[in-house]
Design a protein around this ligand. Structure first.
Ligand SMILES: NC(=O)c1ccc[n+]([C@@H]2O[C@H](COP(=O)([O-])OP(=O)(O)OC[C@H]3O[C@@H](n4cnc5c(N)ncnc54)[C@H](OP(=O)(O)O)[C@@H]3O)[C@@H](O)[C@H]2O)c1
Length: 219
């Protein structure tokens, strides 16, 4: 497939680009700093683009089968995070102009404001407040996608990310804001970035999570 990747220079993005190339896909990495991507491959094109501009993105999206995004924006106590919604607005506009109808993007467990009540005290009272500005804007982006009918979107929600390559472990998934065990408690709290990339790429061959948000982790 022909895949346009956003956030390709990021930690998850680099796993995604490498795995996509290994699987035989053709990748266009749309980045703000081409020099930052250390991967070289005949089927990889690295282009400079502005993720907040329809005009900048649309030419890079022409002819692509799918857009995949591993974009991330820093948490702030002092100002609202807006990168997720503002970039998604431009990305969907560019997809429509370029006639690309499929996007797979990532957010996180616990984007919904009340979904963390089952998590550990550490996560609930320390981690989630620290990253609330990020989760809030991720949730706003998810709600924006929920209202989008003409694009086949999937939101992949992982728990805490670790810099680990793809494993062969089975995926656990749940249509919700975390993956519960049989008692309804969150099952695990960490996943490797390589496995998130592996899961996102597995969705290219499946319609299972189209127009849905899926919480994932590994067994
Ligand atoms: N950390 C966790 O435990 C955790 C858990 C669940 C979900 N997540 C979420 O998962 C996603 C991926 O995480 P990650 O750690 O792999 O991300 P990351 O390493 O921080 O990478 C973020 C990517 O977004 C790009 N980006 C940020 N602002 C940009 C802008 N204004 N214009 C263009 N590109 C921009 C960065 O580009 P540059 O390289 O040019 O900066 C980079 O490619 C993020 O949304 C993160 O919040 C994280």
């Amino acid at each position: 497939m022909k895949i346009a990747v956003l956030g390709a220079t990021g930690q998850t993005g680099q796993y995604l680009v490498n795995q996509a190339l290994q699987q035989g896909h053709t990748v266009t990495a749309v980045v703000r700093n081409p020099g930052k991507l250390a991967v070289h491959h005949d089927n990889l094109k690295v282009v400079e683009g502005n993720i907040f501009s329809v005009d900048s993105l649309k030419s890079h999206f022409k002819g692509q089968d799918v857009v995949m995004s591993c974009l991330g924006f820093q948490a702030s106590f002092f100002s609202a995070v807006t990168g997720y919604t503002l970039s998604m607005n431009a990305v969907l506009g560019a997809m429509r102009e370029a006639r690309v109808s499929r996007i797979i993007t990532m957010t996180s467990w616990y984007t919904e404001p009340n979904s963390g009540t089952q998590s550990s005290y550490l996560i609930r009272f320390l981690l989630l407040p620290m990253i609330r500005s990020v989760l809030t804007n991720m949730f706003e982006m998810e709600q924006f996608l929920q209202k989008t009918e003409d694009i086949n979107w999937t939101v992949v929600r992982p728990p805490g990310l670790q810099n680990l390559p793809a494993s062969a472990q089975e995926f656990l998934t749940h249509e919700g804001y975390f993956v519960p065990d049989s008692n309804g408690q969150p099952t695990g709290s960490r996943v490797g970035r390589g496995d998130v990339a592996r899961f996102m790429l597995s969705l290219l061959n499946s319609n299972a999570w189209v127009k849905k948000g899926v919480a994932m982790t590994t067994k």
